[in-house]
Design a protein around this ligand. Structure first.
Ligand code: NAG
Ligand code: NAG
Length: 203
């Protein structure tokens, strides 16, 4: 038991020691500690964020690539075992040439033997606007043959620290010839109201 605790403490220390390298250099540990001690007194904010994902599955500007497949995948009605990685542009309007506000990066795995459903890990990275440089993460199941799909929002960084919520998504359009899909996403998120203060103070 003592050994286990030591290992856990060591692991936790490694996580904390590693933090400054994985975040922007400007994070200030003293400021972070003070902020975190008061976090439970904080109020929550809500945000509703709406955008279109430009899913380029083919063509010269492809943004979704297969990285692996299982022995069963080619014979599976649901493409079971196919793993893809993506870095898609998100826009405020359905048109691919409208303003970039976010990118979505992550892994999607066909993970249901009988129904077309994906296990998804998506990280939304804001690149402009009031949420610039903040991120929101989705982790969950996406049953793509449903018109509307619900996915869990499990966390965030920057302004979206301690985020949780859900996303509703549907296929806005799909062109089978060019293999180009536009997906509509609306995220309903709660997060710590204070987060913006410390995040912007670290600038
Ligand atoms: C690919 O991207 C380039 C640069 O943005 C653009 O000029 C071109 O039209 C795009 N190709 C297609 C097929 O959309
Ligand atoms: C968003 O943040 C990046 C990185 O710090 C910066 O280069 C860019 O100018 C910002 N964009 C806007 C619109 O604020």
């Amino acid at each position: 038991m003592a050994k286990l605790i030591i290992i856990l403490v060591t692991l936790i220390s490694i996580l904390f020691i590693a933090m400054p390298n994985t975040h922007a250099q400007k994070l200030n540990p003293d400021g972070e500690n003070k902020w975190f001690q008061n976090i439970c007194n904080g109020k929550e904010s809500v945000a509703k964020v709406h955008f279109y994902v430009q899913d380029l599955l083919g063509g010269e500007n492809i943004t979704v690539y297969e990285v692996a497949r299982a022995t069963i995948t080619s014979n599976s009605p649901t493409m079971f075992g196919q793993v893809r990685v993506l870095d898609d542009l998100l826009t405020a309007e359905p048109d691919i040439n409208s303003q970039e506000i976010v990118r979505v990066q992550g892994l999607i795995t066909s993970a249901d033997l009988k129904t077309s459903a994906l296990a998804m890990n998506l990280n939304f990275v804001f690149t402009a606007g009031e949420y610039n440089r903040s991120t929101i993460s989705i982790l969950g199941r996406n049953q793509i043959d449903n018109d509307y799909r619900e996915l869990p929002v499990v966390g965030g960084t920057g302004i979206f620290r301690m985020a949780r919520g859900y996303a509703i998504t549907n296929t806005y359009s799909y062109d089978a010839v060019t293999n180009y899909g536009v997906l509509e996403y609306t995220l309903y998120v709660t997060y710590v109201e204070d987060a913006a203060n410390i995040f912007l103070a670290n600038e």
